[in-house]
Ligand binder design. Structure first.
Ligand SMILES: NC(=O)c1ccc[n+]([C@@H]2O[C@H](COP(=O)([O-])OP(=O)(O)OC[C@H]3O[C@@H](n4cnc5c(N)ncnc54)[C@H](OP(=O)(O)O)[C@@H]3O)[C@@H](O)[C@H]2O)c1
Length: 331
């Protein structure tokens, strides 16, 4: 895979900390804004990219790049991904996929009609512990209650309160707790149980943005609560509760660490199938495998999953009045 990257922020730093462990990925081109030129040059030198640029057109026109990783603020995901697909590049799009379902559907249409790969970079869907949870569900009996809580006080919230509004807290940039943290919970739950029959979101709103909120996902036979908070913290706790036992995950659902299976018959088992690798390693390995095997079917199945998640976040937000500029032409 001949990779181009757009963006040089926090998540790109994470990616670069492990990506050289995947020899099938060739780092070709890193691109960003003029204001980040110094940073781009440093990354290009330290990680042996072939080129860097401060113009997205240069990346789009780079014939040696076949896949573009888009690591930009949420509101830019759609336009940057659309341009990349139109330039016949595969796309790895950071989570959350797009601002809303209409944008996501358009990207899906362009990707599939051009037979291009389009992946949402959502760590939890590719983790061994997630596959393990899928296989353990039957041991829990009939599922009754699911509870996910990703509450992480953000240093960017301090800046927000002082009036310095960074993208993750900016409603004009499709930010907020649902898009940033609760989205992991939605992916987790939808990947295990499919599309909920109804959704309700109860946000705490400051300056037009949900700094935290409680999402209820109603399923045919059980209820699920997903909490995402950037303005307060709590011990991380996720529980899938069935009439035969509970699976307890005491880590963020972005990487699903060691977990406990607690059955009604007294069985208590600590389970951890994850390897000792960066939380993003498995998703990038999966993308490379699909790419090498021309496995569009798996890619498009994952894309369908991302569509359901994006639809859930869109409906939840709009019902609760958390509306982004990107929504306005669709409502
Ligand atoms: N998968 C994960 O675990 C994970 C974790 C964190 C974040 N993310 C996602 O990754 C994305 C980026 O998050 P982040 O934390 O890395 O954000 P960040 O630190 O704020 O970085 C954003 C980057 O986008 C660049 N940028 C902004 N506007 C641009 C434009 N018009 N054209 C080109 N580049 C532009 C910025 O460059 P300048 O500084 O020059 O403006 C910066 O390099 C978000 O969608 C977020 O949800 C994913």
């Amino acid at each position: 895979m001949k990779l181009g990257i757009v963006g040089s922020g926090m998540i790109v730093g994470d990616l670069l900390s492990f990506i050289e462990q995947i020899p099938e990925i060739e780092l070709v081109h890193i691109s960003g804004t003029k204001r980040s030129e110094e940073k781009l040059r440093t990354i290009y030198q330290e990680h042996h990219f072939q080129r860097y640029s401060t113009s997205y057109d240069e990346l789009l026109n780079d014939e040696q790049v076949d896949t573009i990783y888009i690591a930009l603020p949420n509101h830019l995901h759609y336009t940057y991904a659309l341009q990349a697909l139109e330039a016949q590049k595969n796309v790895i799009l950071e989570k959350p996929m797009t601002s809303n379902i209409e944008e996501a559907k358009e990207l899906q249409r362009v990707a599939t009609s051009n037979r291009l790969f389009l992946w949402e970079a959502i760590t939890n869907q590719y983790l061994p512990n997630y596959y393990k949870i899928k296989s353990l569900l039957k041991d829990l009996g009939k599922i009754k209650v699911v509870e996910c809580n990703y509450s992480q006080y953000s240093s960017r919230y301090n800046a927000f309160k002082e009036g310095n509004i960074l993208p993750a807290f900016d409603y004009t940039k499709s930010g907020g707790a649902l898009m940033d943290l609760n989205i992991y919970n939605i992916h987790f739950v939808v990947g295990l149980f499919g599309k909920p029959k109804d959704v309700h979101y109860y946000p705490n709103i400051e300056n037009h943005i949900d700094t935290s909120g409680i999402l209820i996902l109603e399923y045919e036979t059980f209820q699920c609560v997903c909490i995402g908070a950037k303005d307060c913290k709590a011990p991380l706790s996720n529980n899938i509760q069935g009439d035969q036992g509970c699976l307890h995950v005491p880590t963020p659902l972005s990487y699903i660490g060691s977990m406990e299976l607690l059955l009604n018959d007294g069985t208590k088992e600590i389970i951890n199938d994850n390897k000792d690798v960066h939380r993003m390693y498995e998703e990038f390995m999966a993308f490379v495998k699909m790419y090498q095997n021309n496995d569009y079917q798996q890619c498009y199945e994952m894309l369908e999953h991302s569509m359901i998640v994006t639809e859930v976040q869109t409906i939840a937000r709009r019902k609760a009045g958390v509306i982004f500029p990107a929504d306005e032409k669709h409502i």
